[in-house]
Design a protein around this ligand. Sequence first.
Ligand code: URA
Length: 240
Amino acid sequence: MNQGGERLQKVLARHGFGSRRACEELIALGRVTVDGDVAVLGRRVDVACDEVAVDGVVVGVRPGLVHYLLNKPKGVISTADDTHGRRTVIDLVPPEPRVFPVGRLDADTEGLLLLTNDGDMAHRLTHPSYGVEKEYLAQLRSSPSRSAVRSLREGLNLDDGPTAPARVNVVEADLVKIIIHEGRNRQVRRMCEAVGYPVIRLVRTRIGPLVDRSLAPGEWRELSALEVRSLEVAVRSTGD
Ligand code: URA
């Protein structure tokens, strides 16, 4: 057993699992493991070499990995390189370490976009089998009819196949909240167009557990360790 290092509850508290007291409770409940063994109270760990997990999900971010949450402004494209010299989302975040966007938002779409150098996380977040929810606010050209909302909810046929059922709420008149877990090209715009209500403004307001109403367009921030963990949980519980 590692007698150096820090007390386990202190490490957990620093990673956002609540007060030290609450973290002691987690340990006492047997929900915490160190290198695969259930930890006991009083355990000390060295985060540089011990693998700490809560409910089977590893705590902390592996060294060298970064995760940025960006509020993409309209007009910026989300491919890593634009051959036409347009501004890309990569131009809005630090150049080192190199990151890439997880999935895409259309040039005209605004809102939350994750950028990371964590290939495994990116793969899981974009893979349809993990079905991570994405929430959008769509302003339509006019107030949608009840039957249009029903079709959006139930799923409809697009030229690349049927869409899965979506959660759809009319927030006010022509403003609709749409939650999908697929990530097809221009999906929300095409769905709304298909029911006769073209989108005039589209904003992504949530990616799985990630929300942030305080980021201004063009601003980014690093995810907290707790947010990274919540993403790991999201891609774990819905995937294989
Ligand atoms: N759906 C769209 O239509 N556009 C996006 O950028 C994302 C989802």
